[in-house]
Design a binder for this molecule. Structure first.
Ligand code: HEC
Ligand code: HEC
Ligand code: HEC
Ligand code: HEC
Length: 185
């Protein structure tokens, strides 16, 4: 029995390390989505975070939820045997932010806001304070995502009933905001 003792200790230590890794990941996964107003506060002012909000509000993603109530959606839904597109997981999964992650919805979060900043940039709970926002490394540590084409393709893919092949350069040009060019990987 004695010769197994070191093995037992090592296994025990590994278990401790493993479980703390899991909790760290869980913590990151439980960050709250704060809703559109949390970003609008600063990102509609040129003097602070820029005018990303204006660009967004006039772009396609801000209307993604409303779209599910129009005639085209009703037609698609009927063909697929879905009663109400704006209540069906089959449509909401791409037409709103953080679908199905109820435990991560902050107090002001609303599905009606459509595909918001946080759908692409990640839940804002920890990165939205000004001192964090001004420091890129701190942003990343606190859950900010720098989106790339892989992120777009989570929704822009064949599963979409109206799918059109996704050309990143062309599509990004239509919603471009911020200073840097998005990376295409
Ligand atoms: C308190 C004001 C404030 C709030 C609230 C805020 N931001 Fe920012 N954000 C800033 C400032 C300031 C910068 C830095 C801008 C610069 O350097 O030109 C910034 C930078 C960013 C960047 C670029 C960060 C980088 O380093 O790559 C992103 C993306 C961003 N914000 C998204 C968001 C999103 C999404 C929300 C809502 C969840 C949000 N911000 C809320 C002020 C704010
Ligand atoms: C959470 C899902 C989601 C993500 C992520 C997403 N989109 Fe979209 N996008 C949509 C939906 C839904 C629509 C349709 C909105 C509507 O018409 O109501 C759309 C529409 C668009 C449109 C206008 C329609 C078209 O195809 O020309 C452009 C441009 C676009 N997205 C670009 C992008 C780019 C670039 C990215 C990545 C940086 C991206 N999207 C990430 C869901 C998403
Ligand atoms: C896999 C993600 C995804 C799913 C699921 C999805 N959509 Fe979309 N939807 C998109 C994207 C992305 C666009 C932008 C155009 C494109 O590439 O299809 C879009 C665009 C649309 C449009 C506008 C088309 C146009 O002409 O611009 C309608 C209407 C629509 N979707 C309805 C629905 C309905 C109804 C459902 C559920 C039955 C649904 N979508 C499910 C991602 C999705
Ligand atoms: C459809 C996905 C998508 C949505 C929605 C979106 N962004 Fe972005 N955002 C991007 C991409 C892609 C980039 C370019 C990242 C890069 O390569 O620097 C970007 C860049 C930025 C930058 C500039 C980063 C820099 O360093 O120049 C800021 C600030 C920003 N977004 C804020 C916002 C805010 C605020 C909203 C909501 C009002 C928003 N974004 C909505 C995808 C999105």
């Amino acid at each position: 029995m004695k010769k197994y003792l070191p093995l037992l200790i090592i296994t025990g230590l590994l278990l401790i390390v493993f479980s703390s890794l899991v909790t760290a990941q869980e913590k990151k996964a439980k960050l709250k989505y704060e809703g559109l107003t949390a970003c609008k506060t600063c990102h509609s002012r040129d003097s602070i975070g820029g005018i990303e909000y204006t660009k967004y509000a006039n772009g396609p993603h801000s209307k993604a939820f409303e779209t599910l109530k129009n005639d085209e959606s009703k037609k698609i839904a009927k063909e697929m045997g879905i009663e109400d597109a704006s209540a069906s997981p089959k449509c909401l999964k791409c037409h709103v932010t953080a679908y199905g992650k109820e435990d991560q919805h902050g107090k002001k979060f609303k599905y009606e806001e459509g595909v918001t900043c946080e759908a692409c940039h990640g839940p804002g709970e920890k990165y939205k304070p000004m001192p964090v926002m001004r420091d890129h490394e701190a942003c990343i540590k606190n859950g900010l995502i720098v989106p790339d084409v892989k992120g777009c393709k989570k929704c822009h893919n064949e599963e979409s009933p109206t799918y059109v092949p996704f050309d990143f350069d062309k599509k990004w040009a239509l919603i471009k905001h911020g200073k840097k060019k998005a990376d295409k990987k």
